[in-house]
Design a protein around this ligand. Structure first.
Ligand SMILES: Cc1cc2nc3c(=O)[nH]c(=O)nc-3n(C[C@H](O)[C@H](O)[C@H](O)COP(=O)(O)OP(=O)(O)OC[C@H]3O[C@@H](n4cnc5c(N)ncnc54)[C@H](O)[C@@H]3O)c2cc1C
Length: 423
């Protein structure tokens, strides 16, 4: 159904998943929707997210799922209740993209990448009459309250919609379009913005030359990382100047905050989390029979060359006494001295605080302007939590627009299947 010529007009600024799902809800309700984006095409970060497998959401039970949003739990929980992981899967399947649960509980489309999903989605939006104004860079509001953009030719363009949703993303990977330039524009209007900071990023650690030149790019598999009492099992990768990877990202908020406060953070790496200390000790408490330390550690403790190099970084003269060696293998200390930059992070912490918004995600200080997606002040680990909250807040903002215009919510056609709906 195309919108009637007299339908209210909504501008959605930012064509990532938050903006596009808001466009879908509003177009289904019969509104005239224009999505503005500064890039030549929309959904670029979504496509990038699909490169290594589009992790749409997670299949764990709801309480555990929403606990991942930590401080933002009170605000995000009702929004994720209203558009839950099962709803996101059903929505994806409604676009012809069946999903599956991977061994870690993460949910992916069967096609694994994002491009078929995005293609089908854009076709659907086109059919609903959504207009796209691409290569339109948002520059704020003029003195009459109109949105101002610059188009591809650098010419100013104004728009005076009935309502606006800002869905401009965070500030990581700026070449994909989300560059965080909105933060100054909103601050100029008196909106408090929590500083934008990297989330799910790598860390800096001053490696020796040997570690850097021989082991950069090497994975540390089946390890456990501990920082300030929190332990995460998984994988990490040694980089030229530090460490990154899934297990590091999972602790990244805690590590980042510690570095900000204390100047550095101490991470402990358990190279054999599958072996209890006693069992490891028994393996180490055997005659070395003239083997070099590396050969002994490889054979007796099953350590990889990069794991052994990590031990030597922490203790260049490796302990020969089995008890001390076992203790080191179970908790290799690594001093992290900095975070990798926001530009290289997977996501962004900080943004528009929930205190600036009402429960419909409308700015209290700017009636008629709603905010959704990663530009809101929440953070979560990788695992599908980023896209789930992005979609849920996009839908919440769109429903907020409908409520403010007193228009009934047409609801998404989700067609949930019993196979995907969580109980
Ligand atoms: C490498 C990588 C892998 C990822 N993998 C996953 C994953 O597997 N699972 C997961 O849950 N999450 C993943 N994420 C995170 C996820 O992609 C983001 O959280 C999500 O895209 C945020 O959506 P959004 O709509 O809020 O913002 P974005 O997707 O960033 O979209 C914002 C849009 O606003 C536009 N814009 C910004 N400023 C302006 C302006 N001034 N004028 C006009 N337009 C503007 C941008 O061009 C962009 O199109 C990944 C991120 C990265 C970088």
């Amino acid at each position: 159904m195309l919108p009637s010529p007299t339908a209210p007009e909504v501008a959605i600024v930012g064509g990532g998943p938050a903006g596009l799902i808001a466009a879908e809800v509003l177009a289904r309700a019969g509104l005239k929707v224009t999505v503005y984006d500064q890039m030549p095409s929309v959904g670029r970060k979504l496509l990038m997210a699909g490169r290594g497998g589009l992790n749409l959401t997670h299949s764990e039970e709801f309480e555990r799922f929403v606990a991942r949003y930590a401080q933002a739990l009170p605000q995000l929980e009702p929004l994720i209740q209203a558009f839950a992981p099962a709803d996101l899967r059903a929505w994806s399947e409604g676009l012809g993209q069946e999903t599956f649960v991977g061994s870690s509980g993460r949910v992916f489309p069967k096609a694994f990448k994002a491009s078929p999903l995005l293609r089908a989605w854009l076709r659907r939006l086109d059919g609903l009459g959504v207009r796209f104004a691409l290569r339109h860079r948002w520059q704020g509001w003029d003195h009459e309250g109109r949105l101002i953009f610059t188009d591809a030719a650098g010419e100013p363009v104004q728009a005076k919609p009935d309502t606006t949703i800002l869905a401009l993303g965070g500030a990581s990977w700026p070449r994909l379009g989300s560059d965080g330039s909105w933060a100054d524009l909103l601050a100029q209007r008196g909106i408090a913005i929590s500083p934008l900071r990297p989330a799910n990023m790598g860390f800096i650690c001053p490696w020796s030359e040997i570690m850097r030149s021989r082991f950069a790019g090497e994975p540390l598999k089946r390890i456990a990382l501990t920082c300030a009492g929190a332990t995460v099992k998984g994988e990490a990768i040694v980089t030229q100047d530090g460490i990154e990877g899934g297990a590091v990202y999972a602790l990244s908020a805690r590590l980042r905050d510690t570095i900000e406060q204390d100047g550095s953070a101490l991470l402990h790496i358990d190279l054999r989390p599958d072996l209890a200390h006693e069992a490891l000790l028994r393996k180490l408490d055997t005659p070395r029979k003239g083997q070099s330390a590396s050969t002994f550690l490889r054979k007796a403790a099953g350590l990889s060359p990069v794991g052994i190099a990590l031990l030597r970084e922490a203790s260049p003269a490796l302990p020969t006494e089995p008890e001390a060696l076992a203790r080191l293998i179970k908790a290799v200390p690594l001093r992290l001295t900095g975070t990798k930059s926001l530009e290289r992070a997977i996501s962004t912490a900080g943004g528009v605080p929930f205190g600036e918004l009402d429960t419909h995600l409308m700015l209290r200080g700017m009636p008629g302007v709603f905010v959704a997606g990663e530009m809101l002040d929440w953070e979560a680990p990788t695992g599908g939590y980023l896209l789930q909250a992005t979609f849920a807040t996009g839908i919440a903002a769109a429903r907020g627009v409908l409520a403010s215009l007193r228009i009934p919510d047409a609801a998404l056609t989700l067609e949930p299947s019993s196979a995907t709906r969580q109980t």
